[in-house]
Design a protein. Structure first.
Length: 189
């Protein structure tokens, strides 16, 4: 059920992104403000204007992108304005970008689900370990005295106990490391 909701959400996102009409190929020109050439004081001299258009690569210049838009405003000063513009033709693949984003979202989702699973499983393991704690003795003696049916039960119980003991051991090591690093300012060997 969760996967179906996730797939529907991704399809909605993809359909809305198609409606926004991102271009994979474009020409991006960054030019100074028009007032820097016309000597008018309408805008500041330090501001720059960006023009983005979908044109062929050979038309990605001031003549193909800028002059059709603002040619009337800078008439007669084209030779002064155009050299100050920086035009770059960009070719990108938005499909690959979308796929990478989707993969990253899935990985993060899987990690969150795994973390939730461990958070839910931790109290169950600790409850079972504390409820069935026995003094550790020779395991071969216990298995041979209990019979074949209890052998499977004790193996399963021993596995959970071992997992719980390893988890407790790891937690103690982490606490010791934190204490050494933050309180004593030393590192463990």
């Amino acid at each position: 059920m969760k996967y179906i909701i996730g797939i529907i959400t991704l399809l909605c996102i993809c359909s809305t992104s198609k409606a926004q009409s991102y271009e994979d190929k474009r020409c991006k020109c960054i030019c100074p403000s028009i007032s820097s050439v016309t000597n008018s004081s309408e805008t500041g001299h330090a501001s720059r204007i960006m023009y983005i258009t979908n044109v062929p690569p050979d038309m990605c210049n001031c003549d193909g992108v800028i002059l059709p838009r603002i040619g009337k405003e800078i008439f007669g000063k084209e030779q002064e304005f155009c050299p100050r513009c920086e035009c770059k033709y960009e070719n990108r693949n938005t499909t690959i970008i979308k796929v990478v984003v989707i993969i990253v979202i899935w990985v993060i989702s899987i990690l969150v689900i795994y973390m939730a699973f461990l958070i839910i499983l931790d109290p169950l393991l600790n409850k079972r370990i504390k409820g069935s704690y026995q003094e550790h003795t020779n395991e071969e003696d216990e298995i041979s005295a209990a019979g074949p049916m209890s052998h499977h039960m004790s193996v399963r119980g021993n596995v959970l106990n071992r997992v719980g003991h390893q988890q407790d051991k790891w937690k103690r090591q982490v606490k010791e490391q934190r204490r050494n690093i933050y309180d004593r300012h030393t590192m463990l060997n």
